[in-house]
Design a protein around this ligand. Structure first.
Ligand code: GLN
Length: 301
């Protein structure tokens, strides 16, 4: 039986008890998690905690923290307990059918912002989930418009909410659908962070991912490449989805640059470049129609 917090307990003591309890259970980031949960759930700043740490958490705080501690002890990630997570400085609500936005995916957004010269591109985001990629892009490009597609109605509704909360609802549209099936081009940029983990690897994932992220956002089929085959294949049959000069940017697993790149020629695409994440892993592959690319561009890294 875990501890229940009393309303009269001070903020500082609540933080310490929470950290101790998490560390006792073997949660590696126990101290950081306790601080993060306490600040967010009680709506405090670091200063509130440092300078007014002896104020009581109160009855609502006691109930909220007791519930959060129990959930964290049961293995639920901090992001799921809070029900929201930050991505490129914006806050995104989460729901059961959306992945928690990952720092790795910021590489995709950064790469798009660096490579796309068009000041107000049209963007298509396939498997949008929480909408974090599309919303971050529209937020960075004030004139851009975009469509986010997801197979899950729950994800579509969450992405819509996130677009509204981040001020880009009037420039975005979220639809339920299967990859590009429901849309007509042309788009200046097509992005996707599809499921790319091989089915056999799923059981080896960290419990926090395996048990709490939606399988539809993770499982990429027998070799992890099913989604890439569908997306790249769709561009092969419908090249008009990309506007002249347009690009397809895909998040990939750290060891998939070669196998994903190898799918490109069959669809009339070439690899323009591969971007690395902060850990130095290949993380984003950028593809362009071979007809758009001169041999000079093609030799670039
Ligand atoms: N990078 C994610 C993870 O590590 C995988 C997300 C995906 O398959 N798109 O869990």
């Amino acid at each position: 039986m875990t501890i229940a917090f009393e309303p009269g307990l001070s903020r500082a003591t609540a933080r310490i008890r929470m950290a101790e309890e998490l560390e006792r259970t073997g949660i590696a980031e126990g101290r950081g998690d306790a601080r993060f949960l306490l600040l967010h759930l009680l709506g405090l700043t670091q200063t509130d905690l440092s300078l007014r740490g002896n104020e009581p958490i109160g009855p609502v705080g006691a109930e909220t923290l007791t519930d959060a501690l129990q959930r964290r002890l049961a293995g639920e990630p901090v992001a799921r307990i809070l029900g929201e997570w930050e991505f490129r400085g914006l806050t995104f609500a989460l729901s059961p059918e959306t992945l928690v936005p990952r720092p790795d995916t910021e590489t995709l957004v950064d790469t798009a912002l660096r490579l796309v010269a068009h000041p107000s591109p049209t963007v298509l985001d396939l498997g949008t989930g929480s909408g974090c990629i599309l919303v971050a892009l529209l937020s960075a490009w004030p004139g851009a418009r975009g469509i986010g597609i997801d197979r899950s109605q729950d994800a579509v509704a969450t992405a819509r909410r996130n677009a509204a909360a981040n001020g880009v609802a009037d420039r975005s549209l979220f639809l339920r659908g299967d990859w590009c099936e429901a849309v007509r081009g042309p788009f200046d940029l097509i992005v996707s962070n599809p499921p790319y983990i091989a089915s056999s690897v799923i059981p080896t994932l960290a419990e926090e991912v395996r048990e709490h992220d939606p399988m539809a956002g993770l499982d990429g089929g027998a070799d992890g490449l099913d989604a890439y085959r569908s997306i790249i294949g769709a561009l092969g049959t419908r090249p008009e989805l990309l506007a002249p000069g347009g690009r397809l940017m895909l998040e990939i697993g750290y060891d998939q640059a070669e196998t994903v790149g190898a799918l490109a020629p069959g669809a009339g695409l070439v690899v323009e470049g591969i971007a690395r994440d902060l850990a130095g892993h290949s993380r984003v592959v950028t593809l362009r129609p071979s007809s758009d690319v001169t041999s000079a561009c093609n030799t670039g890294a």
